[in-house]
Design a protein around this ligand. Sequence first.
Ligand code: G16
Length: 562
Amino acid sequence: MSQGGKVEIVQTTPYEGQKPGTSGLRKKVKVFTQPNYTENFVQCTLDANGAALDGSTLVVGGDGRFYCKEAAELIVRIAAANGVSKLLVGQNGILSTPAVSSLIRHNKALGGIVLTASHNPGGPENDFGIKFNTENGGPAPDAFTNHIHKLSTEIKSYKLVRGLQIDIGKVGETSYTVDGKPFVVEVIDSVANYVRHMEQIFDFGKLRDFVSGKSNGKPLKMRIDSMNGVTGAYVREIFLNRLGAAEASVVHTTPLPDFGGLHPDPNLTYAKDLVDTVAKGDYDIGAAFDGDGDRNMIIGSKAFFVTPSDSLAVIAHYLEVIPYFQKNGVHGFARSMPTASAVDLVGKKLGKEVFEVPTGWKYFGNLMDVGRLCLCGEESFGTGSDHIREKDGIWAVLAWISVMQHTGKSIEDILKQHWSVYGRNYFTRYDYEECDLEPCNEMMATMEKNITAADFAGKSFSSGGKTYKVKQADNFNYTDPVDKSVATKQGLRIVFEDGSRIVMRLSGTGSSGATVRLYIDSYEKENVLGQASVMLKPLIDIALEISQLPKFTGRTAPTVIT
Ligand code: G16
């Protein structure tokens, strides 16, 4: 069936603050639903592609949060008016972030528009977000998002095919003629392509025998918590239908516009239900994901917590148990700067390159594209590989189950064995959420001035009977090894003589105010079975003293401790 439509030019004026953060533009729903706000940003995002947009294919989908479906329909009408030839839209506007990345790559699309505010709460009073992923499937790089921002300050009009009849609730293809040119919308099953992709990476036969208990006589006891985010449908298809897990293994699998009131951030604070249930119950593995399915948290029996830094290192160590890596080989590893350096030790032992990039998955893309990087991770509960250009929560759980299947060991034993070989990087992160922005900016500026003063290196700080001598301190800068682009001021960093570190930065994913992140890590070769909170207490106190955080923020305790 072919329908028609006419391009309309709608006058508009710029909105301030349409500057994408670490991963896209994230604001309150109330901000996005102001007249022309979303339209402006979408038009600028499309315009940032230049001439390549004409005749292109784009993927559109999001995590199902409040305003997702309306925004997806709006994007169809705007894209139709801007010369795009074809849109692949997830049914009801639903696609996880990893699924979008996979679809862009499989369909050789120009890119994709992802509708998500990730781990931020959803609903009419909470957050919405829009980000653009480029043709490699990864989040747009800084130069691209800066371009969007610049366009947003100058925009005078946007284009729209107002009357276009669309039904994104039904899978199928619809052809249109827009001002005489063909335009196609294909509404696709949200999970099918992604599930096929996972089947190509992992040995589903082996995993099924392990999960269902066929190979060792006892089914794997799992609790997979989708936190009412987008992963629900993917989890049901993969873990229940393909791997034969029992229905009770998966919870909160219905994507809800407000995540059922949950804060879909897989950490020890916001995934409390999972942690408490696994702590009390009889489980081998617990896992949770964020709203859009790119983050993951892994816990073992009795809620034994695996830090994301350790998770990355363990997967790196066992990477070749996964068929994808047997076939494609293991290239380098990478982590974001605040992530503890456990993976560096694995890379060193295996003779692989290891890269340290700024916070943000977009910084891994170039290295993956040139084949120097196949596995990377971030302390912010992100783990993934070069199968796509986003972190991938479900992939991480499948990787862990593959390691469990291969070793026949519990998660706790896998970690203990790992530490006995490599030593342990104790790590903790303190988040101070929704602080006032101005004093936080002042705090960061003051701290930068202090730690970059000529006499700071060489200074000693003592607390709890321990003394740390500063080796180096800076505001982290990064030059991309591939395109030589430079990212400056990516986080304040104090490195001590023994390798311990204090890192502080302001979050780039909040929608209002400021969230301060304080990262502490310290390496121990022998003393590997301590409690992180105890081991790191002296350094935390030193960090609070150097940064004067309580004075600037008025906070005496963090909102979240990881
Ligand atoms: C995004 C990026 C991640 C990054 C994280 C940092 O995660 O995709 O690569 O590590 O932000 O967040 P912040 O700036 O708040 O520390 P997500 O899951 O929100 O898309």
